[in-house]
Design a protein around this ligand. Structure first.
Ligand SMILES: [Zn+2]
Length: 208
């Protein structure tokens, strides 16, 4: 008898948890089935909804271990081109005042992984500016992004893209309202703070 009651209680508890989770998740779940390409109209609608979403409370400030942030770059970093396979060596001294070493050492592989998780728009990362063979005239290379919205002919290009840009895009398409900077010890920020950048990255201008 007790077993039946406790089983019953367990079921009730599970249902309550599921309802609560569903409620919090669907609050901003605007998104269609996973991986479906969105039209400009749908992206616009999503941007508007993000702008209207109530900023979440109790965001994590992240762990307070800032000393971790001070990382020393090695003197040389090797870049292997994803197009031609050529190796390019970057010297720290030569690029000390740019984000080049940072991108090469911490960002590029993470960016290549992150972009595969964005499935609601045709999106491509172009890192060939880092290749001295493909881009012999580039002085300070930047990461570039190409975006093509479903059903449109024109491709939108944007340069000087960072890992964070790809992360906010992914979060946006996942219908999130919180941006989590994993690389910075779990600091959370309202995703709506990045709405202008999201719009710029996608080439979708919205009057908010
Ligand atoms: Zn190349």
């Amino acid at each position: 008898m007790i077993k039946i009651i406790s089983f019953g209680l367990l079921i009730v508890a599970l249902v309550v948890i599921m309802v609560i989770r569903r409620k919090t998740q669907t609050k901003f779940a605007i998104l269609p089935s996973e991986g479906r390409l969105l039209t400009r109209k749908e992206i616009t609608k999503q941007l508007k909804r993000l702008s209207q979403a109530k900023p979440p409370k109790n965001l994590s400030m992240g762990a307070m271990c800032y000393e971790v942030a001070i990382k020393e770059h090695p003197n040389k970093v090797e870049y292997i081109c994803s197009v031609c396979g050529e190796r390019t060596i970057y010297n720290k001294n030569e690029y000390s005042n740019t984000s080049v070493m940072d991108v090469l050492e911490y960002g590029l592989s993470a960016c290549r992984r992150e972009i595969t998780k964005i499935t609601n728009v045709n999106i491509q990362l172009n890192d060939t500016q880092f290749c001295k063979n493909c881009s012999p005239h580039t002085i300070v290379p930047e990461l570039c992004l190409k975006v093509q919205i479903d059903g449109e002919q024109i491709q939108h290009s944007i340069s000087n893209v960072s890992f964070q840009d790809l992360r906010i895009l992914r979060e946006f398409f996942e219908g999130k309202i919180v941006h989590t900077e994993e690389e910075q010890w779990g600091i959370e920020e309202p995703l709506v703070d990045y709405i202008d950048r999201i719009s710029e990255l996608l080439g979708v201008q919205v009057k908010l």
